[in-house]
Design a protein around this ligand. Structure first.
Ligand SMILES: Nc1ncnc2c1ncn2[C@@H]1O[C@H](COP(=O)(O)OP(=O)(O)OP(=O)(O)O)[C@@H](O)[C@H]1O
Length: 677
């Protein structure tokens, strides 16, 4: 029984244009014959196979198949555009469509080999199949080359039917007939050749076309690659620009927001500006009104200033008249309290048993006098003065009464204020005070403060002042400068007279601008005194200190000047030499002190008598003190004598002496004070 070997194996067939087409190869074999063939002894396998009338060799298996394979290779067929069918030594062109050689007859050689060859150049083994039928490939021309299935045309059907016939081995003729019939059924080889030629030419055209297409394809691919590159570049650039654009857009949106913000602020500012401008307009109107008011007020001020000057002039006149009434020489009495060291614990420092101040103009000192029978009797010594200050009186109480005299000095009058009394009676406390506290400041710092205040007030009236200070001491009739940069006793200070004015040679004159400046000068003076104290015991008690303030005023509006001198004198202790029991240098000191105090007393007395006796000589030059103060004593000056009284019982007699001296001074009437204009 013959069977079809599942032989639809596909083979690749190269075509003219280089492409490949898969061709199925059919292989049929009569299996029963093959069995029989295997059973045949010593037969040439070709012979056997040919004898059985089969065109195709059986599938190759084992040693036999190798032989067949060789046959097959010899007869191997590779379908190309041109195919040849070789039968024996005859080559027949095969028309694959017709499936038969052009001639229906062909002779078989002694060795009846059957093989199908393709053009040698492209031939390639198709495997061990014996029969091949090319199936239609992708090209239409190739389709024509491949014969249809034998069963699909008439001739093929006939061949098939012939081949299917069972011929006995011995029926050689029959088998030949079958073969001839089969050959006849094959297509016309000439036609096939023509078709092959056409196909070859078409194939060449197609190859050329294909090459052109390939070139064009590679060219296009190149262009495409370039285009792609350009496209990619453009894309990159676009991306870059898009990114930049985005950034710019972001920035723009930010700027727009900022711009909006600024516009809002600008609008607010504009509103504010408008408001301020309106306010400015209102203010300008106000300003004009105020300027008008100011000019009106200026006129009023000028008028008032004139009035004030008149009033000031009247005030000065009235002040002078008042001072006149009060007297150009006045006496104030001050009783100091006990110091802490002078009383027992629990005792009242203000309670002084032997001194009483019945009113502000009277003082009573009780002294004891011995009688003949030995019993002591109390004697009440009463004195009347312009003002009496008890132990409770403060520094400010004192200055309140004094300030009018300081004002006189500012008005251009020479003023002398003396502190007279025994040692320790409170002279220095009254004149300088304790500079550690404002309440305990004495006459000197308070006068300066008052002068500065008055200078400010007078400035509004057109007055400007210069304040010049000198501070000296007279010890044993010798002048010492307390404001010298350093304490020295070698410098000579002499009294001179120029233009009716007394001055001291080499004396320091400090122009002071502030109170502080003055206080620093007071401290310097205290320092010099302390040095002098170490050189000479109780120096300050035995010297007269003179604080001199020269006040020079100028009023350019009134074209006036004024010059006044304020002398604040802390006199030396007024102890009587015979009572003190002093000897030697101390006695000399006391004598000098007493002679100068007597000279002062004499001068004051003489000044008092001068009104009735104009030719009366005033002994100013009897002491350095009166010589120095001669221009500040007398008719054109004002004098205030402070009598300081000690609270100590043992000092009562000395106190009485001071009070009696003061009483005499108080009784003196000096002529009218004259202004230094
Ligand atoms: N009014 C007073 N209130 C309180 N203490 C006073 C008063 N007066 C003077 N003293 C005190 O009494 C003491 C003596 O005073 P002060 O030194 O002023 O006397 P003095 O007369 O100047 O003496 P001297 O002649 O020795 O200089 C001082 O301790 C002083 O502080």
């Amino acid at each position: 029984m013959s069977c079809k070997l599942a032989s639809e194996k596909e083979n690749l067939v190269e075509q003219g244009n280089g492409s490949r087409s898969r061709l199925p190869v059919f292989c049929t074999i009569n299996e029963s014959k093959r069995k029989r063939e295997d059973e045949l002894p010593e037969m040439c396998p070709h012979q056997k196979w040919e004898d059985e009338g089969s065109l195709l060799p059986p599938p190759s298996t084992g040693p036999r198949s190798k032989k067949r394979k060789s046959i097959t290779h010899r007869g191997a067929a590779t379908l190309r555009s041109t195919s040849k069918l070789v039968v024996g030594r005859q080559q027949l062109r095969v028309d694959p469509k017709a499936g038969r050689p052009p001639s229906s007859k062909f002779s078989a050689g002694s060795r009846r080999d059957l093989s199908i060859k393709t053009s040698s150049s492209l031939s390639r083994p198709l495997g061990n199949q014996n029969t091949m039928i090319a199936k239609p490939g992708p090209l239409s021309n190739v389709k024509n080359l491949v014969p249809e299935k034998p069963a699909e045309n008439e001739k093929g059907k006939a061949v098939h039917s012939i081949l299917k016939k069972k011929r006995p081995g011995w029926d050689t003729k029959g088998r030949l007939e079958d073969l001839e019939a089969y050959i006849r059924s094959l297509p016309d080889i000439g036609e096939l050749q023509k078709k092959l030629e056409v196909l070859t030419s078409e194939n060449l055209q197609l190859e050329t076309q294909s090459q052109n297409y390939s070139k064009r394809t590679s060219q296009l691919e190149c262009e495409l690659a370039t285009e792609k590159l350009h496209h990619k570049q453009s894309e990159l650039i676009r991306n870059m620009y898009e990114s930049e654009l985005q950034q710019v857009r972001d920035e723009l949106s930010k700027v727009r927001i900022e711009h909006q913000k600024y516009q809002d602020e600008l609008a607010i500012c504009k509103k504010k500006l408008e408001k301020v401008q309106n306010e400015v307009k209102i203010l300008e109107v106000d300003k004009e009104n105020i300027l008008l008011e100011c000019s009106a007020k200026d006129k009023t001020i000028t008028d008032m200033k004139g009035q004030l000057l008149c009033e000031e002039s009247k005030r000065r006149d009235l002040h002078e008249q008042l001072q006149e009434v009060k007297g150009n020489i006045r006496v104030f009495c001050r009783v100091r309290p006990f110091t802490a060291g002078e009383i027992q614990e629990g005792e009242d420092c203000f309670d002084i048993p032997h001194i009483k101040v019945p009113n502000d103009k009277c003082i009573q000192i009780t002294t004891e006098t011995g009688s003949l029978i030995g019993a002591k009797t109390a004697k009440f010594n009463r004195f009347q003065f312009d003002q009496v200050f008890g132990p409770l009186s403060s520094q400010s109480d004192i200055f309140e009464e004094l300030s009018q005299l300081v004002q006189s000095a500012l008005d251009g009058i020479n003023v002398c204020i003396f502190a007279y009394g025994q040692t320790g009676s409170g002279k220095t406390f009254t004149m300088e005070g304790d500079t550690s506290a404002s309440e305990t400041l004495g006459v000197i710092p308070r006068s300066v403060k008052y002068i500065f205040q008055e200078c400010d007030r007078m400035q509004s009236l057109g007055w400007s002042y210069t304040i010049q200070v000198s501070y000296l001491e007279i010890y044993n009739e010798k002048i010492q400068d307390l404001l010298a940069p350093s304490w020295n006793t070698t410098t000579k200070y002499e009294l001179r007279h120029i233009d009716n004015e007394t001055y001291v040679t080499n004396l320091t004159k400090e122009v002071i601008q502030t109170e502080e400046h003055l206080l620093s000068l007071v401290k310097l003076a205290q320092k010099h005194r302390a040095v002098a104290e170490t050189e000479c015991n109780e120096y300050s008690s035995r010297s007269h200190s003179v604080f001199i303030l020269k006040l020079n005023g100028i009023n350019t509006d009134l074209n006036k000047t004024c010059s006044g001198i304020l002398n604040l004198v802390d006199l030396a202790g007024s102890e009587r030499a015979k009572n003190s029991g002093a000897e030697g240098s101390h006695l000399t000191e006391l004598k000098n002190i007493n002679s100068s105090l007597t000279a002062l007393s004499n001068c004051i007395m003489a000044l008092g008598n001068k009104s009735s006796k104009p030719s009366l000589h005033i002994p100013f030059r009897n002491s350095k003190l009166t010589h120095l103060l001669q221009n500040c004593l007398g008719g054109n000056c004002k004098t205030l004598m402070f009598i300081n009284v000690s609270p100590i019982q043992q000092h009562a007699q000395e106190s009485l002496n001071s009070l009696r001296f003061a009483e005499k001074v108080n009784a003196t009437k000096i002529g009218l004070a004259a202004k230094n204009f």
